[in-house]
Design a protein around this ligand. Structure first.
Ligand code: ASP
Length: 314
């Protein structure tokens, strides 16, 4: 039997990332983080595993890495809490699961998967989602688990800048690294099935209760075997308004655009609305696209020779 092509793309967030501003050591850490996620997903795909398993595993790896804004490394809301969103979608069945505003879940992406597979719903939030987790034997963690000094300092810096009315003041340099980030994975498996998974801590200093595009099916996450799988990162509000991830699929389905053309068109649409960000996508033939309108996006994919490619800058 002819084996279908497999493919995997991951991202660790888009934003202003200037070459030369990051220490070589820090850059190595980020690249290692991206590679770890690729390895986790690729091993599954290579052994004939599903794209759902592969994207979940890749995203879990990012969630456990404090460098990325998801799971352990989640940013803080204005109230000093960590409030996480995640979603996963199966391109074969169009089944999807998502969680929003969860605060005690070590790996929100796995809870999203549980919502997809074990509940009659697509999107669950807050306490109800956490009760559902408990009922299914998911271990809850204290909010302390999500504390990282760097994210906490970023919140204090933003609050200080706000208080001083110092938006744009050089004294308060607030990098995109301080502000947001997200992680995601899209994959094609041996059976020709596509899947997308995305997880985030949202934006630093967001109002408590704010939900971004990540858990919005069609906003920050979408997969359809007929077209592609997409995971986005950037100004979530704009991704929701643009129904970004679904728009990529729609452009492919109805306008016969390639995955590259469709993702670029949607990133342009977001830019026109005033938003910044990027996305990763893979189509049913394994073609990948990784466009962004920021100066960088942590990203990686497996090339046709099975080599792991990691990139940060434009
Ligand atoms: N899209 C995420 C959100 O708005 C943040 C990001 O990707 O930087 O929650």
């Amino acid at each position: 039997m002819k084996e279908n092509k497999i493919g995997l793309v991951v991202h660790g967030g888009a934003g202003t990332m200037e070459r030369g501003k990051m220490s070589p050591e820090r850059e190595r850490e980020y690249r290692a983080g991206i590679e770890n996620a690729l390895r986790a997903g690729w091993e599954i795909l290579q052994h004939g595993g599903s794209s759902l398993d592969a994207t979940e595993a890749a995203v879990r790896t990012f969630e456990d890495d404090p460098l990325f804004n998801a799971g352990k490394g989640s940013v803080f809301s204005a109230a000093g809490t960590n409030e996480m969103d995640a979603a996963i979608m199966d391109g074969k069945t169009l089944k999807a699961g998502a969680v929003a505003d969860v605060r005690h879940i070590k790996n929100p992406i796995s809870l999203a998967r549980l919502v997809m597979e074990k509940s009659p719903h697509v999107l669950m939030s807050g306490e109800g989602a956490e009760n559902f987790a408990k009922e299914h034997g998911v271990e809850l963690v204290d909010q302390k688990y999500f504390f990282t000094q760097e994210r906490w300092d970023a919140l204090q810096k933003i609050k200080a800048a706000e208080k001083a009315g110092a938006n744009g003041d050089k004294k308060f340099i607030i990098t995109d690294q301080d502000l947001h980030g997200t992680v995601g994975a899209v994959a094609l498996d041996r059976n020709g099935n596509l899947a997308a998974a995305t997880s985030t801590g949202g934006k630093t200093n967001k109002l408590s209760g704010r939900i971004g595009d990540t858990p919005i099916i069609g906003g920050g996450t979408y997969a359809n075997n007929a077209t592609c799988a997409v995971s986005g990162t950037g100004d979530g509000e704009f991704f929701i308004m643009a129904t970004a991830a679904h728009d990529v699929s729609a452009l492919m389905e109805y306008r016969r655009k390639t995955v590259e053309e469709a993702t670029v068109a949607v990133i342009d649409k977001i830019a026109k609305l005033g938003g910044t960000g990027g996305m990763i996508a893979i189509d049913k033939n394994g073609k990948v696209a990784l466009p962004f309108n920021t100066s960088g996006m942590y990203r990686g994919y497996v090339d046709p020779n099975g080599k792991f490619i990691t990139e940060i800058y434009r």
